[in-house]
Design a protein around this ligand. Structure first.
Ligand SMILES: *Cc1c(COP(=O)(O)O)cnc(C)c1O
Length: 430
C-alpha cells in the first residue's frame, strides 16, 4: 500500500472481524469485557495492548488513528474529541512540569485563546513569535523550552510556513516541532517530511470534509528522541508511577511512547475522548480526501485569480498567486497546489461605514454560506475580525495580517462558476 489514495481508503482496517464487514464498523460501546482477571490486570498495567474502556480508545478510533498516521507518514496517532483537544493534550504532554512553549503569532484563534489564557492560568509560559522570522524563534528559546508550535498554512491569510527552517531551529535546541496541518492536509503537505516531529489536525475540517463531526488527532512521526537528554523529559524517562516500575521510553520506545503517555495520562485524566460514531464519520470523509482537496484547491485558485482582478477587492491573500509574499514557499512545500482557505480584503475605507459594507457583502451571498468552519464540502465565508479572531487584540490581528475588511473564504465542492457569480453579485454592494 504505497500510494496516498490507497492508504486513505484501506490503512488501518483489515476485514476479518467475525461479521466480515467491508467498511469499518462503529464499535459503539463504553467498555469491553475481559477474558479473565489476569488479562484485565495486564491491560490496566500497560503490560498488554487491548480494549479496556472507550475513554482510552475504541476499535473504530484505532482504525482512524492508523489511517491518519499512514497518511502523514507517522509512527502512531492519537485521536481525540476535537482539534482543540488534540492541540491541548499534545502541548501538555510535551511541556510536562515547568516547560515553556514558543508558538507562532499566526495561529488559529482558538489556539491563541488556549495558550494565552488557559495555559497562562495553569502557569505554562508561552512566547509568541512571528513565524516568518527565524531569529525571533531562536531568540525566544529558553533552557526550559520544550516545544515549538506553528501551522503549516495559517488562516485566514494563508501564510505558508518554512517548516524546514523552524524544524532546524527546533533540532538545534533539542526540542520537538509540532505542526498543525489542518489547513495543509496530508494530501498537500506532510510536515514530517520537512522535519516536524508531531503533526496535529482538527479532523473536523478537511479530513472529515462533510462538516458533520468534531474530531482531532495528533501524529507522532517517531523522529524525536526523548532518551537523548533524559533529564528534560522525566515524564518519559522516569518510572511511570501510575502503572508500574518502568519508564514509558523503555517500555514503548520511539514512535509509541508519546501516544502511550497522551492516552494513559492526558486523555485518561482530562477526558476529551472521541466518540466511536465521530471516528467512523471521519473515516468516511478520509476516503475521498485527495479528490476533495484537489478540487477545492483548483476552485480556490480560480476564485483568487478572479478576485484579484476585481475592483471591489483591495488584496487577495492566496499563496498560489504570483507576487504573494509566500508564493515561493508555496512552490516549495505545496507542489500539488495551494490551500482552499484564503482571504481577501474589500476595497472600502476604514471608517464608521466599514462594518456595514462588509456586512452587506457577506449577508447577500447566496451560494456561499456564512459559517465559522473550513474544509467542508460547502463553500463558506467568515469575517475574522468579528467572528473567529474577535478575541484577538487589534495589535494581534494586525500581526496576523487581518484587517477589518478581511473576509475568509473556504472553497467547497460546488461548481466554481456558481461561486464566482455569487461573489460578483455580492461585491456590487460594496
Ligand atoms: C478548527 C481548528 C482547530 C480547532 O479544531 P476543532 O476541531 O474546532 O476543535 C485547530 N487548528 C486549526 C488550524 C483549526 O482550523
Amino acid at each position: 500500500m504505497t500510494e496516498f489514495s490507497t492508504r486513505q481508503i484501506q490503512a488501518g482496517y483489515v476485514p476479518g472481524t467475525p461479521q466480515n464487514t467491508a467498511v469499518p464498523p462503529i464499535y459503539q460501546t463504553a467498555a469491553y469485557e475481559f477474558a479473565s482477571l489476569a488479562d484485565a490486570a495486564d491491560l490496566f498495567a500497560l503490560r498488554a495492548a487491548g480494549n479496556l474502556y472507550s475513554r482510552n480508545a475504541s476499535p473504530t478510533q484505532q482504525i482512524l488513528e492508523e489511517r491518519i498516521a499512514a497518511l502523514e507518514g507517522g509512527a502512531s496517532a492519537v485521536a481525540v474529541a476535537s482539534g482543540q483537544a488534540a492541540v491541548a493534550v499534545t502541548l501538555l504532554a510535551l511541556v510536562g512540569r515547568g516547560g515553556h512553549i514558543v508558538a507562532a503569532t499566526q495561529l488559529y484563534g482558538g489556539t491563541v485563546d488556549l495558550l494565552q489564557e488557559t495555559f497562562d492560568d495553569f502557569g505554562i509560559p508561552v512566547t509568541f513569535v512571528d513565524q516568518d522570522d527565524p531569529d525571533a524563534w531562536r531568540a525566544a528559546i529558553r533552557p526550559e523550552t520544550r516545544v515549538l508550535f506553528a501551522e503549516s498554512i495559517a488562516n485566514p491569510i494563508a501564510q505558508v510556513l518554512d517548516i524546514r527552517a523552524v524544524a532546524d531551529i527546533a533540532q538545534d535546541a533539542g526540542v520537538p516541532l509540532v505542526i498543525d496541518n489542518t489547513v495543509g492536509t496530508p494530501y498537500l503537505v506532510r510536515p514530517g517530511e520537512h522535519g516536524a516531529d508531531f503533526v496535529v489536525h482538527s479532523a473536523t475540517k478537511f479530513l472529515s470534509g462533510h462538516g458533520t463531526s468534531l474530531g482531532g488527532v495528533v501524529v507522532d512521526q517517531g523522529t524525536f528522541d526523548f532518551g537523548r537528554e533524559p533529564a528534560r523529559w522525566p515524564h518519559f524517562t522516569e518510572p511511570y508511577a501510575r502503572v508500574g516500575d518502568f519508564t514509558l521510553w523503555d517500555r514503548f520506545g520511539s514512535g509509541q511512547a508519546f501516544a502511550a503517555l497522551v492516552k494513559s495520562k492526558y486523555v485518561h485524566d482530562l477526558g476529551p475522548s472521541l466518540s466511536p460514531f465521530n471516528a467512523w464519520q471521519i473515516l468516511q470523509g478520509i476516503e475521498t480526501l485527495d479528490l476533495r482537496v484537489a478540487r477545492q484547491t483548483a476552485t480556490a485558485l480560480a476564485i483568487a485569480r478572479h478576485l484579484q482582478a476585481h475592483p471591489a477587492v483591495a488584496t487577495v491573500h492566496h499563496p498560489g498567486l504570483e507576487g504573494n509574499r509566500w508564493h515561493p514557499l508555496a512552490q516549495r512545500y505545496l507542489p500539488r497546489g495551494g490551500p482552499s482557505v484564503f482571504s481577501f480584503d474589500l476595497a472600502v475605507p476604514l471608517d464608521a461605514e466599514t462594518q456595514g459594507s462588509v456586512a452587506r457583502v457577506v449577508d447577500s451571498l447566496q451560494v456561499i454560506r456564512l459559517v465559522a468552519n473550513i474544509g467542508d464540502a460547502r463553500s463558506m465565508v467568515n469575517h475574522p475580525a468579528s467572528m473567529t479572531h474577535s478575541h484577538l487584540t487589534a495589535e494581534q490581528r494586525a500581526a496576523a495580517g487581518i484587517s477589518l475588511t478581511t473576509i475568509r473564504l473556504s472553497a467547497g465542492l460546488e461548481d466554481p462558476v456558481d461561486l464566482i457569480a455569487d461573489l460578483d453579485r455580492a461585491l456590487t454592494l460594496v
